[in-house]
Design a protein around this ligand. Structure first.
Ligand code: CP3
Length: 346
């Protein structure tokens, strides 16, 4: 354990300890809205950038310095494990990830290769080690992975999806194959995240970005038990943040996975929802990322509303309700971070 970071505002908030100031970081804080990022991307493809640890660490650490946020998040992507899974992952300019060989049948799932996350995704661990050398011991570093449902949704649909018809078809018509896929992804993700923790990640976030397409009944049957097994196998003492969008009806079940911090998207009323799921769990969120397209005064006002809704209770980490969008004005992001740090709970 890295002791200087253990006392950081961010890790104290993960443990629901009282803090003098609410910590904040932003999902997708390193990305195309930053001119520095765009200039690095002129020379490297996205996958090259992720796998070249020295460059990925510079992007991770440079973003923390540029924004003044309270945590670094390792520069990587939730879909990187699809490369050793041999699914033919590419990122197409303008339309996101494409998977050449999507999983549809029991035979497809049975053929998935076993791989050593330490070896084949070891460059993510190296990025974390290099980031630590750069940011020092006081800045917490967040490792991450896609949550099993969201990873499986890309692997099955072959890219982004609107209705998740192929995913749900597998769940309903061939639940044994769905369960086998969940077991595979959980084992892989446990190894991948524990490798990131061994490399120096102080907390880990599971991105379940698209799980909000499920009913609570389907979530309870097809997702929640797998997440609970995953969370139970994360290196003890490491906070696990579980994030999803459109999850208002799922939040109680998310909390029952044993995750330490529950992510709220912007659709939920922070105060009422925290009360409903219980103040004995930490939460993260939840400003609408599109508010960053408003005028600066509006950005500051809405940021302060989120902080006021948390009412200075221990266990709030400020964040957006989803990732920063590519066209976001940088000055508004800086104004948001200043507003978080200037806020005083009365
Ligand atoms: O937060 C950070 O700064 C760390 C890096 C990070 C990236 N992706 C880099 C990235 C993180 C935490 C992610 C998570 C991720 N990736 C999610 C979950 C968060 C969310 O937004 O719901 C998802 C669904 C993905 C999958 C993914 N990766 C998509 C759909 C896309 C294409 C759409 C897009 O935004 O470009 C990516 C590519 C990607 N991942 C980029 C970055 C900076 C853009 C690549 C580029 O063109 O440079």
């Amino acid at each position: 354990m890295n002791h200087a970071a253990a006392d950081s505002l961010f890790l104290r908030a993960c443990r629901r300890e009282a803090v003098a100031q609410t910590p904040g970081w932003l999902m997708r804080q390193a990305g195309r809205y930053l001119p520095e990022y765009r200039s690095i991307r002129e020379k490297l493809t996205f996958l090259e950038l992720c796998t070249r640890s020295e460059v990925a660490a510079e992007v991770t650490a440079g973003t923390v310095r540029r924004l003044g946020v309270d945590a670094a998040i390792v520069f990587a992507d939730i879909l990187l494990p699809l490369v050793p899974m041999a699914l033919g992952l590419t990122y197409e300019k303008g339309d996101g990830p494409r998977i050449a060989a999507p999983l549809r049948t029991g035979a497809d799932v049975a053929k998935l290769p076993s791989f050593d996350a330490d070896g084949e995704l070891g460059y993510v661990g190296e990025t974390i080690r290099l980031t630590r050398g750069d940011v020092g011991t006081a800045t917490p570093i967040i490792g991450f992975a896609g949550a099993p449902f969201t990873v499986a949704s890309y692997a099955i649909e072959g890219g982004s999806s609107r209705n998740y018809v192929h995913v749900k078809t597998m769940m309903y018509r061939d639940p044994a194959t769905w369960d086998a896929l969940m077991h595979y992804v959980v084992d892989m993700t446990v190894a991948y995240l524990n490798m990131q923790i061994a490399a120096g990640a102080d907390a880990v976030q599971l991105f379940d970005s698209w799980v909000g397409c499920l009913s609570i009944g389907d979530y309870a049957r097809y997702v929640q038990p797998h997440l609970a097994r995953l969370v139970a196998r994360i290196t003890p003492g490491t906070p696990v943040i579980l994030f999803g969008t459109a999850t208002e009806s799922l939040l109680q079940a998310e909390r029952d996975t044993g995750a330490s911090v529950i992510g709220f998207d912007w659709r939920v009323d922070l105060a009422a929802t925290w009360e409903r799921i219980g103040h004995d769990v930490a939460i993260q969120g939840n400003l609408d990322p599109v508010v960053l397209f408003a005028g600066r005064d509006h950005v500051v006002e809405e940021t302060r509303k989120v902080l006021a809704a948390a009412a200075g209770r221990p266990g709030h980490i400020f964040n957006l309700g989803h990732g920063i969008l590519p066209e976001t004005p940088v000055d508004n992001v800086l104004a948001l971070v200043d507003a978080v740090h200037a806020y005083e709970h009365r």
